[in-house]
Design a protein around this ligand. Structure first.
Ligand code: ATP
Ligand code: MG
Length: 449
């Protein structure tokens, strides 16, 4: 077979047989978000290129090297979003969310596009779970979003992540720090990569985020921002640490974290794993007090994080985390002959209306082949309907797990199905590994009257 064309390098299909894993992670993320008061925001996959130049920063790797930008047929310069914050911030301003009660807490599950060298944990189209909290300067909020990321990892059973924490100060402390950095890196100017030579004047802190091995090595000897924090930033940082400790969240201070986007201020953090190779940062985030103003709004201190879903999946697989099983059909109706098929269609309609997943054969298979097919689909129950069953109005519902068969009237099939399957499910119910005792649960046999 000759394919017309293959998928674009650095992209990945998620197939039906594995998509339940993604759905599980995404569903859990939204559930955790809700517990912390975050509501989903959905923004377009593309924006004006200028938004990212301003919002992400034009000295960053993302803007300088990684964006998918193009002119549309109307001559607009457009970019596929490389990250979620800038679009969310634009929407916050454009739609007047800034006039509503603050903070506004939003989250998203989105695709992002970056022209990077594809490798394990690094794709050109990848997906993020991101959260943004617009309009609070409180260190409580910094600790809260970190706690939220941690709550998601805990809920998914991910272990051994190191929370690395740093503060990169505000423009005031950064000015002094940049001077010190400039002086340090100027001493190594000839060894720096071309991009960083240019950054030396415009934004020396960016050099610390450079992926080139030579530049990273030089960066190791550079002055650290923590020695330059102003009183306000130092106090904020101390509070964040205090609030984390109050929640038993362990962290290590890593003064080398500066984050790849220009808009960060004060708190920055990453959750890092050593189980998934070189691309170990699963989640990165921090405070970006200057961004909303940069985009034309009122000063609005804000913060957020982005979590790479492909890296999270890699990590969960590497650690053998449990995933729920893929959903299986509740019922497969094996129908033989035209009359039986019409009956099957009718029953399936009622079953589906009640919320059950109910299937029948579409390809004219034999009885044996239909049973085999039902088995392959993992159907929980099957029923065989032929001319006899239609004439007599009864058929046998078979539990595929234990082979038990129960006769059911076709005229009242759905209610019959309910009563059998519900009692089986109740018998299977456990809470914390303990079988439920229904008599005591409902106060039966314990009547106080
Ligand atoms: P890195 O240092 O690995 O390039 P980054 O600092 O560029 O990461 P962010 O912009 O902070 O990453 O994005 C947040 C998260 O999104 C990252 O921690 C990572 O989990 C994920 N991520 C970033 N780029 C990619 C990519 N190309 N492929 C897959 N996941 C990615
Ligand atoms: Mg990157």
């Amino acid at each position: 077979m000759a394919l017309i064309t293959k998928a674009i390098k650095g992209t990945k299909d998620v197939l039906p047989r594995e998509v339940h894993k993604n759905q599980y992670i995404e569903g859990t993320a939204l559930d955790i978000a809700e517990r912390f008061g975050y509501k989903e925001i959905r923004t377009p996959v593309f924006e004006h290129t200028e938004l990212f130049q301003r919002g992400v920063g034009d000295t960053t790797d993302v803007v300088q090297k990684e964006m998918y930008s193009f002119d549309d047929k109307g001559g607009r310069n457009i970019t596929l979003r490389p990250e979620g914050t800038a679009g969310a911030a634009r929407s916050f301003l454009e739609n007047g969310l800034s006039n509503e009660a603050l903070p506004q807490k939003v989250c998203y599950l989105t695709s992002c596009y970056r022209y990077e060298k594809p490798q394990a944990g690094r794709l050109r189209e990848f997906h993020q779970f991101g959260v943004e909290c617009f309009g609070t300067a409180s260190p409580l909020a910094d600790a809260e979003i970190i706690a939220m990321a941690k709550a998601l990892f805990d809920e998914l059973g991910v272990k051994d992540l190191e929370l690395q924490l740093n503060s990169i100060g505000c423009p005031e402390c950064r000015a002094k720090y940049n001077e010190a950095l400039k002086e340090y890196f100027t001493g190594h100017k000839d060894e720096l990569c071309d991009t960083c030579k240019e950054r030396l004047d415009r934004n020396p802190m960016r050099i610390l985020d450079c992926k080139s091995p030579v530049d990273s090595k030089i960066g190791e000897g550079a002055p650290v921002i923590l020695d330059y924090l102003c009183d306000d930033c130092q106090q904020h940082f101390d509070r964040v640490k205090e609030y984390l400790t109050a929640q038993n969240i362990e962290y290590t201070i890593n003064p080398r974290i500066v984050r790849g986007l220009d808009y960060y201020t004060k708190t920055v953090f990453e959750f890092v794993s050593d189980s998934i190779g070189a691309q170990g940062t699963v989640c990165g985030g921090g405070r970006y007090d200057g961004l909303i103003e940069e985009l034309g709004g009122q000063p609005t201190p804000s913060l957020g994080f982005g979590m790479g879903l492909e890296r999270l999946m890699l990590l969960m697989e590497a650690q053998g985390c449990e995933f729920p099983e893929a959903a299986a059909p509740d019922l497969f109706i094996v129908a033989l002959g035209e009359k039986a098929t019409l009956k099957a269609v009718d029953i399936a309609k009622d079953m589906r209306a009640e919320g059950f997943s109910c299937l029948y054969d579409l390809n004219g298979r034999s009885l044996r082949a239909q049973m085999k097919y039902a088995d392959k689909l993992g159907a929980k129950y099957t029923i065989v309907i032929g001319d006899n069953e239609v004439d007599e109005g009864v058929a046998k519902l078979k539990d595929m797990k234990n082979g038990t068969e129960t006769e059911l009237a076709l005229a009242t099939f759905v209610s019959g199905y309910y009563s059998i399957t519900l009692s089986e499910q109740l018998a299977d119910l456990e809470i914390n590994g303990e079988e439920l005792d229904f008599n005591s649960l409902f106060g039966l046999g314990n009547n106080q009257n």
